[in-house]
Design a protein around this ligand. Structure first.
Ligand SMILES: Nc1ncnc2c1ncn2[C@@H]1O[C@H](COP(=O)(O)OP(=O)(O)OP(=O)(O)O)[C@@H](O)[C@H]1O
Length: 674
């Protein structure tokens, strides 16, 4: 039970410093005797201050005539409370100072205050009514970087101008929570004037270094920003994402996850992941980030789940679980497979093309089979070996032979071609080897043969399969001996000629039936170049069409034509027995026939339509080949051209198409079909 005693303060200055010092000294004595703590409070307040200390007593600011209460919480302290209360009420005694003792108390309190000021971590600056600094503690030194010895006794504003301390004294108002910058540091200040009896007797500034807090708040801001960004990302991805903590309880799920597994965020948060998917077995390895889990949802859709461990400062904090629909992954895998296949193919094609000598640039086509053959030919050009070029008529055998010659070391010397089938065998010998004057009737002067003319260069023996056996034997000897003998000549002539032969004949079968010499075959066939027929590389047709339209327009000085989709589609359906030569001739014919900038189906040979067959021709006319729909104008032009070709007159064609002859004639003019 608390002991209390009320007292009226009679001292005329109330409990001021000196009185407080005396009371404190008296209280210390009494407390020692009765072993208790004594407190003083106003009646209006529940809490009091310790009576054995000067500052708290002074801070109560008790005035003359006020009623105060002395009390003690300790049992058996009635006497002590009574003693101190009596002391407080004896004004006269209080006026008689025990100077020495009181001075020592004041001294102790001053030292204690100094100790307190020095040990607090807040900066403290105090000044008198003239703004002269009289307290500048250790923390103030540390924060401002100014030494107390340099500042005490000086005007505050000279040293800490941004605190505006003079204003503080003049305004008599507290300024709390102001932010200032001192050097690189941010501080927050509480500035208070010290007012006694309505007079400003000084000011005090307490300030705290908040640089670290500022830094932290900056970091906090970045973390908040990052969190916001992350949230946005997590909510915009298509994958289902779920986060769990170290206890495997769900801490986050994004929308896709909710949709995939029909598990509302609010129902899953804080629940164990295992409880949400009871039918599944989550292995330890799964949470360690190894292996995955296939989960079927209520719609029978399959999802693949993987978990990534979250490790922060080497501590396991949980997992991020990612779920993705399996069919989607399978589709992506298929697409990747397809694309890598395509990339590989294109890379191979590029590599092949890169290998080609530029002399092969006039050989058009990018189909794999052609490029492969050209690569062989291009490599053969680097050697002097005999080359046998095989392929159907019109596939470009001579073109390739010339390219080999141009690309090789002999390119500055002649390329001499000889079609062995075009010349009767008795004349072939003199064509190839030449003759001396008077060698036979009519040989009025000597003549050099193709081998001699080709000296240092290349001889191209086309249709070699048509050479008769006697001639084959002579050719073989020439190739073995590297010398020729003119007909009627007495001396052999050394030759230095590269031989390129070409044929479409089945030489292997001919060797079997004895019509072609095996030894000559091996001599000629050191390197074989096989040229594919055009029907096996129809993808090259658009390229060839473009190439030939340009070539022919230059050759005959004709305007450059383009081919309609229908006509091109007809070409692509044709089997081209005459290969590229046939295509080139068709285009030349079409360009000559066409009166416009377009080569239409009507400008191409009629058998192309037959080849396509009535039904497919109709289909092609109507629909092109699926993706390549003809334009309306193309279809109209084509229809009218066909009707005219079939019926001969405007009137009959008009009747067939349900138009009058004037319309037909106008369209014929428009499309320049006349
Ligand atoms: N890939 C091609 N690119 C460009 N033009 C080609 C191509 N293939 C062939 N040609 C052209 O086709 C025509 C026939 O070619 P070439 O005479 O070389 O064929 P060939 O196979 O030697 O025929 P043949 O066996 O009937 O003598 C030539 O005008 C040639 O320029």
């Amino acid at each position: 039970m608390e002991k209390t005693q009320r007292v009226v303060i009679k001292n005329k200055n109330g409990i001021h410093t000196r009185v407080a010092a005396m009371v404190a000294r008296q209280a210390q004595k009494i407390e020692k005797i009765w072993d208790c703590q004594l407190y003083l409070r106003r009646l209006s307040s529940a809490d009091g201050v310790a009576c054995n200390s000067v500052l708290p007593l002074v801070s109560l600011k008790i005035r003359h005539g006020e009623l105060v209460e002395v009390y003690s919480p300790n049992p058996g302290s009635e006497e002590a409370v009574f003693k101190l209360a009596s002391f407080l009420s004896q004004t006269v005694e209080l006026e008689v100072p025990d100077t020495e003792a009181i001075d020592s108390i004041l001294q102790e309190n001053t030292l204690a205050s100094e100790k307190i000021f020095e040990s607090i971590n807040n900066g403290l600056i105090a000044m008198d009514s003239h703004g002269i600094i009289n307290i500048f503690n250790r923390a103030a030194e540390e924060i401002t970087g100014v030494k107390a010895a340099d500042i005490i006794g000086k005007k505050a504003d000279e040293w800490v101008p941004n605190f505006n301390l003079n204003d503080l004294l003049a305004s008599k108002r507290e300024n709390l929570g102001l932010k200032h910058k001192i050097g690189k540091k941010w501080v927050i200040t509480n500035e208070s004037p010290i007012i006694v009896d309505d007079e400003v007797i000084g000011g005090v500034v307490v300030f705290q270094d908040i640089s670290q807090i500022e830094e932290l708040s900056g970091e906090l801001h970045s973390v908040k920003e990052l969190k916001e960004k992350l949230n946005n990302i997590l909510e915009t991805v298509d994958d289902g994402i779920c986060m769990i903590n170290h206890a495997r309880e769900v801490t986050y799920v994004n929308h896709p996850f909710v949709k995939m597994f029909k598990k509302e965020g609010t129902q899953v948060l804080s629940r164990k992941i295992q409880d949400l998917f009871v039918a599944e077995k989550f292995a330890e390895t799964f949470f360690a980030g190894q292996g995955e889990l296939i989960i079927t949802n209520s719609d029978n859709r399959e999802f693949i789940m993987t978990a990534r461990p979250i490790i922060i400062e080497q501590k396991f904090r949980g997992n991020v679980i990612v779920a993705r629909e399996l069919t989607e992954i399978a589709q992506l895998a298929d697409r990747i497979e397809l694309l890598s296949e395509k990339a590989r193919f294109l890379q191979d094609e590029l590599a092949k093309k890169e290998d080609l000598n530029p002399s092969f640039n006039n050989i058009i086509g990018k189909s794999g089979a052609l490029i492969e053959s050209l690569t062989v030919a291009s490599k053969a050009a680097r050697t002097d070996a005999a080359v046998l070029i095989r392929g159907e008529s019109g596939t470009g055998k001579e073109l390739v032979a010339r390219a080999i010659h141009r690309a090789g070391a002999r390119h500055k010397k002649p390329f001499v071609g000889m079609n062995c089938a075009a010349i009767p065998s008795n004349l072939l010998e003199s064509e190839l080897f030449g003759y001396e004057k008077g060698a036979f009737t009519g040989a009025y002067k000597e003549k050099r043969g193709k081998f001699e003319i080709a000296s240092g260069g290349t001889i191209f023996l086309d249709e070699i399969g048509d050479m008769d056996k006697a001639m084959q034997a002579k050719l073989l000897r020439v190739l073995q001996e590297q010398e020729i003998e003119r007909i009627g000549g007495a001396h052999p002539i050394k030759i230095d000629v590269r031989v390129i032969a070409a044929t479409n004949s089945p030489l292997e079968a001919m060797m079997k039936d004895g019509s072609f010499r095996r030894d000559l075959y091996y001599r000629l066939n050191v390197i074989t170049v096989m040229l594919p027929p055009l029907r096996q590389r129809k993808g090259d047709i658009p390229l060839l069409v473009e190439y030939f339209t340009e070539k022919i327009s230059k050759k005959y000085d004709l305007p450059r034509c383009a081919m309609t989709k229908t006509a091109l589609s007809a070409l692509e359906q044709y089997h081209f027995p005459g290969n590229v030569r046939e295509l080139e001739n068709m285009i030349e014919g079409g360009m000559t026939l066409s009166n416009s900038d377009w080569i239409t189906l009507a400008d191409l040979p009629g058998y192309l339509c037959d080849e396509m067959g009535g039904e497919s021709a109709e289909k092609s006319l109507r629909w092109g080949d699926g993706d390549n729909l003809p334009t309306f104008a193309e279809m109209e032009r084509e229809l009218i051209a066909r009707a005219l070709a079939k019926h001969g007159s405007f009137r009959q064609a008009g009747l067939a198409l349900g138009l009058d002859h004037k319309t037909i004639s106008a369209k014929v003019r428009k499309y320049q079909l006349g």
